[in-house]
Design a protein around this ligand. Sequence first.
Ligand code: SF4
Length: 67
Amino acid sequence: MCAAVCPVGAVTVDERVQPQGLKCILCCACVKNCPTGARILDAPAIQKIREWLAADFSERKEPEIYI
Ligand code: SF4
């Protein structure tokens, strides 16, 4: 199922389901369509973005005006 939804053909299926890291564009289609939750996205880049968002955007900020 994940190989069928991958837009760049980055998942091969034979005896095992294997993602090909260099082809993957991190679109998360395979993660969203996995009916058993077996697919996860555990890329270091995703973790960095998650930490950045949590640190910088966890609170609402008032708009600032510069003249
Ligand atoms: S996250 Fe990567 S492996 Fe999964 S569907 Fe998108 S391109 Fe393919």
